[in-house]
Design a protein around this ligand. Structure first.
Ligand code: IPM
Ligand code: MG
Length: 358
């Protein structure tokens, strides 16, 4: 089998975590008899500096031509004063839109022995294993009209949260399907007590439920869901929600695992797929070999499951990560009795553990 992967490292710690993920990608592919071709393309601030655009046409064309994209992170203080349309983040959003990556999967699980890394009590977070399914190409992120203007009361800005039923249905179906492969519980999160768009969301999800008789569906308002996520994360299996709510809840979910540096993601559409760590570009530690590459490595692992249809390789990488964490940590998840290592060393350790597992 031959597969093409495009690496879009981006900004800040993006390049260094991608480098480690690439090592693992190559090692795992070699073991699985997969012939990988890796290419590179610019996105975010790096693309802005080089071409004046956060997602140059050439990068989008390249992304459309590969089996999977591995992305690092975008953004940084250097570009904070850019107009909204020319911010690094716009590159990522344009990529999601251009590749029609409507389904964003963000698994949050606690690796054995890692309960010490969470800011929550060990008994609250132990055995946490949940999946956030976030709608990624609609909602308030993309809704029109949007803008900024002047009124007689001074400056005014506005965005629009809108979903049509097709958009809701296709992400809800992903939610039901994923729940079916997990504990068969789906939690749909909305704000149906206040927002029309959420009332429609709840209606459409409810209408689909009879087609998935083995899935137990529950609805929850987003404020309550935020609370339950912190209070009793074990109660949640698969959570499906809109773009903005998913953005917020997935950061909260990340902290259950101790560090956002642990959380991978897959963004899937009908024909394309992109894999990226949930964390940002962390410019304050960029280039210092301090970053945690595990989120990027686990994102590459997800590529084996969802794009190469090799779930066993995903599992093998997860086991390798688990093995390494028993002894080694990066600074963000440092713990007494464990050796703290840098980004590069952590990547090497995962490759070694993978090789050793035979
Ligand atoms: C994420 C990020 C992005 C988002 C930013 C960088 C545009 O926070 O992937 O969660 O808001 O979707
Ligand atoms: Mg986010």
């Amino acid at each position: 089998m031959r597969k093409k992967v495009l690496v879009m490292a981006g900004d800040g710690i993006g390049p260094e975590v991608c480098r480690e993920a690439e090592k693992v990608l190559k090692a795992a592919a070699a073991k699985a008899g997969l012939e990988l071709t890796l290419e590179e393309a610019l996105v975010g601030g790096a693309a802005l500096d080089a071409t004046g655009h956060p997602l140059p046409e050439e990068s989008l064309v390249k992304a459309k031509g590969v089996d999977g994209v591995l992305l690092g992170a975008v953004g940084g203080p250097k570009w904070d004063r850019q107009p909204m349309d020319l911010r690094p983040e716009k590159g990522l959003l344009a990529l999601r839109e251009g590749l029609e990556l409507f389904a964003n999967l963000r698994p949050a699980r606690i690796y054995g022995g890692m309960t010490d890394a969470s800011t929550l009590k060990p008994e609250v977070v132990e055995d946490t294993d949940l999946m956030v399914v976030r709608e990624l190409t609609g909602g308030i992120y993309f809704g029109q009209p949007r803008g900024m203007g002047h009124t007689d009361r001074g400056r005014e800005a506005y965005n629009t949260m809108r979903y049509n039923e097709q958009e809701i249905e296709r992400i809800a179906r992903i939610g039901f399907d994923i729940a079916g492969k997990r504990k068969k519980r789906l939690l749909s999160v909305d704000k149906a007590n206040v927002l029309e768009v959420s009332a429609l969301w709840r209606e459409v999800v409810t209408e689909l439920a009879p087609q998935y008789p083995d899935i137990q569906l529950e609805h929850m308002y987003v404020d309550n869901a935020a609370m339950q996520l912190i209070r009793a994360p074990k109660m949640i299996d698969t959570l499906v929600t809109s773009n903005l709510f998913g953005d917020i809840l997935s950061d909260a979910a990340a902290m259950l695992t101790g560090s956002i540096g642990m959380l991978p993601s897959a963004s899937l559409g009908k024909t394309h797929a992109l894999y990226e760590p949930v964390h940002g570009s962390a410019p304050n530690i960029a280039g210092l070999d301090l970053a945690n590459p595990l989120a990027a490595i686990l994102s590459a692992a997800m590529m084996f499951r969802y794009t190469f249809d090799l779930p066993r390789v995903d599992e093998a990488i997860n086991r390798a990560v688990q093995t390494v964490l028993a002894e080694y940590r990066t600074a963000d998840i440092a713990a007494p009795g464990k050796t703290t290592v840098g980004c590069i060393h952590m990547g090497d350790l995962v490759v070694q553990a993978l090789d050793k597992a035979g």
